[in-house]
Design a protein around this ligand. Structure first.
Ligand SMILES: Nc1nc2c(c(=O)[nH]1)N[C@H]1C(S)=C(S)[C@@H](COP(=O)(O)OP(=O)(O)OC[C@H]3O[C@@H](n4cnc5c(=O)[nH]c(N)nc54)[C@H](O)[C@@H]3O)O[C@H]1N2
Ligand SMILES: Nc1nc2c(c(=O)[nH]1)N[C@H]1C(S)=C(S)[C@@H](COP(=O)(O)OP(=O)(O)OC[C@H]3O[C@@H](n4cnc5c(=O)[nH]c(N)nc54)[C@H](O)[C@@H]3O)O[C@H]1N2
Ligand code: SF4
Ligand SMILES: [Mo]
Length: 789
């Protein structure tokens, strides 16, 4: 019998890049994947994508449901069970908790859609969790995407948007390194650079793009809020900001009362005045002008607004001094002076001014931020400081800028409406962080561990993890183990057993995205990509008895009496519902496996449009403008503009004189892929990047084993010497839990010895989001005797 190679258009789901590709299949076996250049993200594939077959056909793939046969105190041993047995038992336990202790006592954990195949199942899983009624999902969002995607709304009312790098004059990468983490996005940056765009990179590490940048700001880890304020100050000193944009589209011109910190309202100065009317000051006369925050309309004929007014206003309670929101922001940005900012951030005044000058010169700027600034105890205010700086450029919404709302119309089936307000209010940590991710049912791992171990504020009895590896990806692994041992019931779904599933009661084998269908509505590599919709097919049969996460939740939903909320168990019906608003059908997508581009315009400057009633669309914020000043934050006790408090600068610790940072590597996603031979060859061991100067001081050479110790714990890594890193800073990689070769300091007897997250403290978190400082710990290093040849 002759076999024939079949080629099937698809996309790799392994990371956020979601690279378009062609799958080559012969005799029902995936042979390889190749780039699909016609696809918006299909120009190239990285080594992880190219290793697809090693992952799919890995000898350690889970192929059957497993039940634990040993107590939690002993090493796990497993017996295969049938799917029916496994699903029946899981559903029985879930029904029992729901009906006795309440659905909130079942916590879920979902691995990241930005670094795993779960991205095209995530909406189904979230629908399942919300429909079941639990407000507690460990999603890692507070250390991943929450700030750029949700905290950005405090400023723009939208997420950060899609950076239109290909058409920009100035690309800014702030704590984001697409060269390692988002291949297709790197391509967009390169398109912009080819056309002459300038590049600003804010990163403590000499990444490929930092070296290529017109301006590389080698910030000290964790000091980005100060740096953003410093650049804003320099930009204001240079008068390089977009004054017209600030007047027309931000709440900068509105007056703030010095006594309450709130906007000055018509109701403050006139009996029976309207509290929705905010007041600004006319540049020529100093007279007050009313702006209706609900309609975005001016009550008075609009004169030129004074952006920096400071005046005393006669209110119903007497004279109150007021100044504009812009003025409050400018004073905050400049409060400590550039010399001080330079000192604490490690970026010279000249470099700060250079960055400001590049922003001032650029007609339009696009930027992206991610983990480098989101994993910090000041992540929310850092995001504010960066987005306010961006606002000064006036680029938001322009071609070549950051454009939000570019997705075609699709329905969201993730089921936000299915979780009742009563259940939502029970999210762990929500009372401490009322504006944080708890609002959408996303909670921190440490809050779940606390609920399990201390029954506070109520006990959590069961954990259901859809992938993920909490022990490697989150701090406090020792506490996590205690919590896992105390759980009544623990289910984990995955391709492989991992450090965390070691503590599960039932493990379910999951199909990779090559073994099942998956729908993607929009490839967020670019604005054009956002209009591409693709339903990738299963290119091979599932390995063993593996099932998709979607099939697992459908089977459980049925058993739990929730089928009616799950399109009667028909995935096609769900997909039809998702794409229906765009006018597409599943048949269209099945006939065009490389995707369909939905019609529509890119929504440049959508805020300038008017609705049928003639009202300006504006921004979806309380003032309908970009919020230089956030009354929402103020009302919840947070700074309305990002201030630097006296405790902002970390206190040096003489016993731990170095700063420990981290970043991702191209070879792996998080704790995955250490078992993939081609990828492990690229990066055989965990590395610690350090300067040659520091290495010399410790008599360390490339490849030497080091122990890195903080006040919270320690881990081992191999020295990699770099030039151009600060001599007081070292960089590690997280996600190591699969052993190195025998005799190395993290061999089979010391499995978790290379786990960076053992050394991270969770004592201080971001007060809004709960993020933790994964990128900045005080540490020391010592050379280990171990030598491996
Ligand atoms: N290869 C690979 N790709 C991935 C992933 C993966 O694990 N591996 N994971 C996916 C996921 S889930 C995510 S969230 C994204 C993350 O994508 P990125 O945000 O690009 O991830 P990182 O490389 O962790 O961090 C970006 C940069 O921040 C820098 N940095 C570190 N500390 C600081 C700091 O204090 N300030 C500033 N300004 N910069 C700092 C690092 O040196 C690094 O170059 O990647 C996705 N893609
Ligand atoms: N120190 C430090 N810690 C970090 C970070 C950091 O930069 N520094 N980054 C953080 C970030 S941004 C994130 S997003 C988290 C990620 O943390 P996690 O979400 O825990 O990611 P992984 O550790 O890669 O674990 C993924 C697991 O899910 C499995 N898996 C992959 N695809 C699927 C699928 O489709 N279905 C199922 N059921 N399982 C699947 C994999 O086999 C693997 O076992 O880590 C965070 N932890
Ligand atoms: S960058 Fe690599 S892992 Fe990520 S989607 Fe592309 S090929 Fe897959
Ligand atoms: Mo992430």
């Amino acid at each position: 019998m002759t076999s024939e190679m079949v080629t099937i258009p698809s996309f790799c789901t392994q990371c956020r890049s979601r690279c378009g590709c062609t799958a080559y299949v012969e005799d029902g076996r995936l042979q390889k994947i190749e780039p699909l250049p016609s696809h918006p993200s299909g120009a190239k594939l990285c080594p992880k994508g190219r290793a697809a077959t090693e992952l799919v056909y890995h000898p350690d793939r889970l192929t059957q449901p497993l039940r634990r046969t040993t107590p939690k105190s002993a090493k796990a041993a497993w017996e295969p069970i049938s799917w029916t047995e496994a699903l029946d038992e899981i559903a029985r336990r879930m029904a029992e908790y729901r009906d006795t202790t309440g659905p909130e006592t079942v916590a879920f954990s979902v691995t990241t859609p930005s670094g795993t195949h779960i991205s095209d199942c995530i909406s189904w899983i979230e629908r399942f969790i919300r429909s079941y009624g639990s407000p507690n999902t460990i999603y890692g969002t507070e250390i991943c995407n929450w700030h750029k995607d949700v905290a950005a709304r405090f400023t723009y009312g939208t997420d950060i948007g899609i950076p239109d790098f290909a058409h920009t004059d100035c690309a800014v990468l702030w704590g984001n390194n697409p060269a390692a983490t988002w291949l297709a996005r790197l391509g967009e940056v390169q398109k912009g650079l080819k056309k002459g765009a300038k590049l600003i990179v804010i990163d403590p590490k000499p990444t490929v793009l930092a070296r290529r940048a017109d301006c590389w700001l080698r910030v000290k880890p964790g000091m980005d809020q100060a740096l953003a304020l410093g650049i804003a100050k320099a930009l204001m000193d240079q008068r390089g900001y977009d004054e017209a944009f600030l007047r027309e589209w931000t709440n900068g011109p509105f007056l703030i009362r010095s006594d309450t910190g709130k906007f000055l309202r018509q109701s403050d100065i006139v009996q029976g005045g309207d509290p929705a009317v905010l007041l600004a000051s006319a540049a020529s006369s100093g007279g007050l002008l009313g702006y209706h925050s609900e309609t975005g309309a001016w009550l008075d004929t609009q004169a030129e607004l004074d952006l920096f007014a400071a005046l005393s206003v006669e209110t119903l309670e007497g004279a109150v001094s007021c100044r504009t929101a812009m003025s409050v922001y400018a004073d905050t940005a400049g409060a400590q002076g550039l010399e001080w900012i330079a000192e604490i951030t490690g970026v010279s005044v000249a470099d700060i001014e250079h960055a400001a000058a590049l922003l001032a010169e650029a007609e339009v700027t696009a930027y992206y931020t991610w983990n480098g600034v989101g994993q910090s105890a000041t992540a929310t205010q850092t995001d504010r400081a960066i987005s306010l700086l961006y606002t000064l450029t006036g680029s938001y919404g322009h071609k070549g800028g950051n454009v939000s709302g570019a997705a075609a119309s699709f329905a969201d089936i993730s089921g936000h409406e299915l979780l009742s307000d009563e259940q939502r209010a029970k999210a762990l940590g929500l009372s401490d962080r009322p504006l944080g991710p708890g609002n959408t049912g996303w909670v921190t791992a440490r809050d779940v561990y606390k609920a399990v171990l201390e029954d506070a504020p109520y006990p959590v009895r069961m954990l259901f993890s859809f992938g993920g590896n909490l022990l490697a990806a989150q701090p406090d692994p020792e506490r996590a183990v205690e919590a896992f041992k105390k759980l009544d019931f623990h289910v984990h779904t995955d391709f492989f057993l991992n450090a965390t599933s070691e503590y599960a009661d039932i493990v379910l084998p999951v199909a990779t995205s090559w073994e099942r269908e998956g729908l993607r509505n929009g490839f967020d590599v670019s604005l054009e990509g956002m209009r591409r919709v693709q339903l990738h097919p299963a290119v091979i049969e599932p390995v063993g008895e593996a099932k998709s996460d979607t099939d697992i939740v459908l089977a459980l939903a049925e058993r739990l009496g929730m089928a009616s909320q799950f399109f009667d168990g028909d995935i096609d019906k769900g997909h039809e519902a998702i794409v229906a608003p765009s006018g597409l059908t599943i048949t269209d997508l099945r006939e065009n496996l490389d995707g369909v581009t939905v019609d529509g315009r890119v929504p440049y400057r959508a805020y300038a449009a008017t609705d049928e009633g003639g009202n300006l669309k504006g921004f979806p914020t309380p003032t309908r403008r970009i919020e230089i000043y956030s009354e929402t934050l103020l009302q919840h006790g947070y700074d309305p503009v990002p201030c630097l408090h006296p405790d902002y600068v970390p206190t040096p610790d003489t016993d731990f004189p170095l700063t420990l940072g981290c970043a991702k590597t191209l070879s792996f996603c998080h704790s995955q892929h250490r078992n993939i031979p081609s990828l492990r060859r690229l990066t055989p061991d965990p590395i610690l990047e350090l300067s040659k100067e520091l290495a010399a001081r410790h008599e360390v050479e490339d490849g030497d084993w080091l122990r890195v110790t903080t006040r919270s714990g320690s881990f081992v890594a191999r020295a990699k010497l770099l030039s151009a890193v600060r001599p007081d800073t070292v960089f590690a990689q997280h996600g190591w839990w699969i052993e190195g070769e025998a005799g190395s300091p993290y061999d089979a007897d010391n499995l978790m010895a290379a786990n960076l997250n053992r050394a991270i403290s969770t004592a201080v978190g971001d007060p809004v989001s709960g993020s933790i400082p994964l990128r900045r710990s005080n540490c020391r290093i010592e050379k280990l005797a171990t030598e491996i040849t």
